[in-house]
Ligand binder design. Structure first.
Ligand code: MTE
Ligand code: MO
Length: 344
């Protein structure tokens, strides 16, 4: 596969998290990955309102100050783009060409959505909630607002948050100022940024980002499948990012996450996946955040291929090899890191 200039343009606008930041439990603002389909919208914060309407008994129209006055909660949540790993697939339709770095974990502060939905009073006919962003563009030849829906039962989950802060400061423009929805456990596309409206509807939402995108063989992409990544050890080569280190004990550290169930096990291989050994898991950071892991490796001179593999409490794990799908979604094949240990 070669990358086109259009894909390069997307890749330059939408950056990943440098993998060395896997050493930090919380990703600093500016180093969290970024995905913006259209333009960062020009937001008039004074005029901005969140409208909550559709099939509700009492439509709400809330200012940012009113939302800030609601009960607040701060939670660390790992976000991953559903297209993470797309560029490693043998075949996919051109899109943001992610390698493995479309990830990040921030502390999101906001107010839980469920009490606001209760205040508005969902009608019995309400089936889904549609989240609409301020941003608008053309994708697949269709002009639309960025919009995604959630079934009512998912939107009512305790952990779903209307977030106005990231790592203790107002959302930066690129991450959705003034408000975004955070749906812990779900892939990034669900976490609508620059949120302006939440509408309860009585049928299945058919907007472009819902009906046309984010499907694997017709099945919708929803929760994050397990993945683990190593913070690459040693020092990198500028072009290839292959690693160089000295012989001796080397602590391999990384993070693992799954939106399906808590991470239960992480294995590490230092011989390209021929043999695996259990890593030690750090204390959990939160129910919806990645979990640190570590294992000391006695690095001996020569060439090695490191790998790691996570398994969650529901028994979901990572495949050894990439399986392609046309949208380029959910590639959670194990990461491989090539290292050269010097002959000291
Ligand atoms: N309004 C709006 N929300 C959006 C998007 C967008 O383009 N517009 N991109 C989605 C996708 S595909 C991802 S992966 C996440 C990325 O969130 P981040 O940029 O804060 O990391 O935002 C989601 N929310
Ligand atoms: Mo995404």
């Amino acid at each position: 596969m070669t990358i086109s200039l259009d894909e390069l343009q997307l890749a330059a606008r939408n950056h990943g998290m440098p993998l060395e930041l896997l050493r930090e439990p919380i990703t600093p603002r500016g180093l969290h990955y970024l995905l913006i389909h259209f333009d960062v919208p020009d937001v008039d914060a004074a005029a901005w309102r969140l409208e909550l309407d559709g099939l509700v008994r009492t439509p709400l129209s809330l200012t940012l100050d009113e939302l800030r006055a609601c009960p607040a909660r701060t939670v660390p949540v790992t976000l991953e783009c559903a297209g993470n790993g797309r560029a490693l697939m043998a075949e996919y339709s051109p899109s943001q060409p992610w390698l493995r770095d479309a990830i990040g974990t921030a502390e999101w502060t906001g107010t839980p959505l469920a009490p606001l939905l209760q205040e508005a009073g969902l009608e019995d006919a309400a089936r889904e909630l549609v989240f609409t962003g301020i941003d608008r563009g053309v994708q697949g030849g269709v002009e639309h607002d960025y919009e995604r829906s959630l079934p009512v039962a998912e939107a009512l989950r305790d952990e779903v948050l209307l977030a106005y802060e990231m790592n203790g400061e107002p959302l930066p423009p690129q991450h959705g100022y003034p408000l975004r929805v955070v749906v812990p456990g779900w892939y990034g596309m669900t976490h609508v940024k620059w949120l302006r409206r939440i509408a309860a509807i009585g049928d299945e939402f058919r907007g472009w980002q819902q009906a046309e995108a984010y499907k694997i063989d017709g099945a919708p992409v929803t929760r994050i499948v397990p993945r683990s990544l190593l913070a690459p050890p040693g020092i990198p080569d500028f072009m290839t990012r292959e690693r160089f280190l000295h012989p001796g004990p080397c602590e391999l550290v990384g993070r693992a996450w799954s939106g399906l169930a808590p991470i239960e096990r992480v294995e590490v291989s230092t011989d390209g996946g021929s043999s695996w050994a259990d890593a030690t898991l750090d204390e959990p950071l939160g129910e919806f955040a990645w979990r640190g892991f570590r294992r000391t490796w006695q690095a001996e001179p020569g060439e090695h291929e490191l790998a790691c593999r996570a398994t969650d409490a529901a028994g979901n794990t990572q495949p050894l090899d990439t399986v392609s799908n046309s949208g380029g979604y959910c590639n959670n094949a194990v990461q491989r890191v090539r290292v050269t240990v010097a002959d000291d």
